[in-house]
Design a protein around this ligand. Structure first.
Ligand SMILES: O=P(O)(O)OC[C@H]1O[C@](O)(COP(=O)(O)O)[C@@H](O)[C@@H]1O
Ligand SMILES: [Mn+2]
Length: 670
């Protein structure tokens, strides 16, 4: 025990000496110990999990603004009896979109002093409620610097005999209104509300593709106060493209063309596909629209590039996906896995049948230009660095295991053994391997050969047979485009997606990742939950949650909802299912919120405290170290510096504000 008389090892003394630089006095050690122990006894912060955003930036922006529906819940709880629905909706919209709502209120002439006063008081009430589970220090750090002192004062009223505090607070509010600073102050409070509502955001993959502006989502995430990302197959695809993989680049282009969504690529990242569309028009005059020609040109180049990757990597075991050589144009058929299907299109003028996977001269020139554009896009590269920095193949956070797709399993529900580069791997070991390879793909200081290999692997992670991000036997893009018989389109899901219904299988995965707590969960996205057919996102007796609810508009009809947020706070876990978002304009002008309904599926027996979290673990370690340091000071093993009481006027030579604050605090503690 640290407090007992004990001997210290040389290593301990070395470490404690370093630590004593930060805590040189006994008082400093004690203060920090008191702080840390207090933090451990606060309820854990709220985590939000979302996945499969697929470029739906307006809906995502709204969900960030409304805290996945939690802000409205709090507003209803706080003011439900006192205020009518109209007031509460106006108030919520003001929090979600303060600048816009304020300008509406000004235009409508509703910006009276009484309105400001009421609004400011109510916002402070809400902030008080939301901040109650955080330390004062943490709340202070969340405040915009220019208002930090005032908001801090307003949030921490202490009752006293003569209502001094009340008067003092009223004075502050009066002054804010009097000097016409209230708009800025409201904006600051609104951002504080949003920040306090979510302590940590987890994005469980697939930010990119399909929807309009994934780049705007990345911008928002880059500004967000606390976020991690578990890469989805679509994210890894864009990262692979940014890293230089030609197959990834062409897939990115193909997805953008197929979804009529060139804005992200062209406007967002400055990658022009003009040379491609010019070429497509010339190469495929038989197509009856420029779009069809473009899609065809892109697809043919893609199938060639994919063939090149597969040829370089027999170990990918994907030879059966080399379909260009399986086409028999004279008969108008293609042979896929031994079965012959009629082709919808037999005109392929750019394919050289001696080597169907070689790019034509013109295709090569276009590819070269594209590669330069991807590499040279400053914004894409900045976003990619962010995805690397905050992202990973999987994450363990507060005893939960987060990943986008699957952990490959075999038919029996055991972790599948996967062989790459003569390494046999399963579960966590395989995920770590994929993570390392993905990171190396973006390094510049590796050999040309290794870079090619790692970049190819990025493409493999997108659609490979045993990719944990993809989790399907094959990606049938070729079939979906060129074969009418839909039986050929089937993509068989990895056995994981059957076994994840079983608690025992989930426990096996969790244990493989070192998670043995009965409160550990797997959280994944990737496969849209068909809520419309009664499918539940919660599987395996609550051990696994699939949170792909279909933010992507194109999937709404399949899922019946428009996205999920999983919320894990000190009371337990619940799922919010969100209804479709109209648009930002309606949200501001008509207070149209996303309607969200909540389903609690796990209630903790006792409240989860910071001490139960990963962060709490770190704090406990710190507490142990500091207790040891205190002991070393008290036993004379190390010599503390003496703390001297300082004269106030010496400490605060010029700043009267701070002096007043200090005096006030002292008189309060007397
Ligand atoms: O729905 P679309 O755009 O036709 O795309 C289908 C393709 O997308 C995929 O579903 C992959 O995307 P997800 O990761 O979003 O599932 C492929 O399996 C499939 O071939
Ligand atoms: Mn996916």
């Amino acid at each position: 025990m640290p407090y007992e008389k004990r001997t210290f090892t040389q290593d301990e003394i070395k470490y404690l000496t370093l630590l004593s630089n930060t805590y040189p006095t006994v008082q400093q050690v004690c203060t920090e110990l008191i702080n840390l122990k207090a933090i451990l006894n606060l309820p854990k912060g709220t985590e939000h999990f979302m996945s499969d955003l697929h470029g739906e930036y307006a809906a995502f922006y709204h969900i960030l603004n409304n805290g996945s529906g939690v802000i409205r819940e709090k507003v209803n709880r706080l003011f439900g009896e006192e205020k009518d629905e109209q007031w509460r909706s106006d108030f919520c919209t003001l929090i979600y979109y303060p600048e816009q709502k304020l300008s509406m209120i000004r235009e409508e002439g509703k910006n009276t002093e009484a309105w400001y006063e009421e609004t400011l008081y109510r916002l402070i009430d809400l902030c008080k409620l939301l901040s109650s589970k955080y330390t004062r220090q943490k709340v202070r750090e969340a405040l915009p610097a220019e208002y930090s002192y005032i908001i801090d004062e307003l949030l921490h009223a202490q009752p006293d005999e003569d209502d001094n505090q009340l008067v003092y607070h009223r004075k502050i509010i009066e002054t804010i209104i009097g000097i016409q600073n209230s708009d800025d102050f409201i904006i600051a409070l609104a951002s504080l509300v949003k920040r306090l509502a979510v302590d940590r955001l987890h994005i469980v993959g697939d930010i990119f593709d399909r929807g309009p502006r994934a780049d705007s989502i990345v911008d928002m995430l880059m500004q967000y106060h606390s976020v991690d990302i578990e890469w989805g197959n679509h994210d890894i695809l864009w990262m692979g493209a940014a890293a230089g993989s030609r197959a990834c680049m062409m897939t990115v282009v193909r997805n953008s063309v197929a979804y009529h969504n060139l804005a992200t690529l062209e406007n967002g990242y400055g990658v022009s596909i003009r040379p491609l569309s010019d070429f497509a028009g010339r190469a495929y005059p038989e197509c009856d629209s420029p779009h069809k020609a473009l899609l065809k040109a892109v697809s043919v180049i893609l199938f060639k590039l994919e063939g090149q990757v597969i040829r370089r990597h027999p170990e990918y075991n994907m030879d059966s996906r080399m379909l260009l050589e399986q086409m028999d144009l004279a008969c108008g058929t293609v042979t896929i896995d031994g079965k012959v299907y009629p082709l919808k299109d037999t005109v392929f003028p750019t394919i050289n049948w001696a080597d169907p996977y070689a790019l034509s001269e013109e295709e090569e020139r276009i590819m070269h230009g594209l590669a330069r554009a991807f590499r040279g896009s400053e914004r894409l590269q900045r976003h990619t660095r962010f995805l690397y920095e905050r992202g990973s193949m999987y994450r363990i956070y507060n005893q939960n295991l987060l990943f986008h797709g699957c952990i490959p399993m075999d038919e029996n529900g055991d972790l599948a053994v996967v062989t790459h580069q003569e390494k046999r791997m399963r579960g966590k070991e395989y995920m770590d391997y994929c993570d390392r390879k993905a990171r190396r793909a973006y390094l510049t200081e590796i050999s040309e050969e290794e870079r090619q290999d790692c970049q190819d692997f990025m493409w493999y992670l997108w659609c490979g047979k045993e990719s944990p991000l993809f989790g399907r036997s094959k990606m049938t893009t070729f079939e979906r485009m060129l074969v009418a018989d839909e039986s050929s389109w089937t993509e068989e899901k990895n056995p994981y997606y059957r076994h994840y219904q079983s608690e025992a299988a989930c426990v096996r995965i969790l244990e493989n990742f070192g998670l043995t707590s009965p409160y550990s969960h797997i959280i994944n996205g990737h496969v849209p939950v068909r809520a419309i057919e009664g499918e539940s996102p919660v599987k395996a007796n609550g051990r696994l949650i699939v949170i792909d609810g279909g933010f992507c508009k194109a999937y709404h009809s399949r899922t019946g909802i428009a996205g999920y947020t999983l919320i894990y706070n000190s009371h337990g876990m619940r799922i919010m299912s969100h209804q479709a978002f109209e648009n930002t304009k309606a949200a501001i002008l008509e207070n149209r919120d996303i309607e969200s309904s909540s389903e609690v599926f796990e209630t903790e027996l006792s409240r989860v405290m910071v001490s139960d979290t990963d962060h709490g673990n770190k704090l406990s370690n710190r507490i142990y170290d500091l207790t040891l340091l205190l002991n070393a000071y008290r036993q004379g093993v190390l010599t503390p510096k003496f703390s001297r009481r300082q004269d106030i006027s010496l400490r605060y030579p010029g700043d009267e504000q701070d002096l007043m604050k200090e005096l006030r605090e002292r008189s309060r503690s007397l």
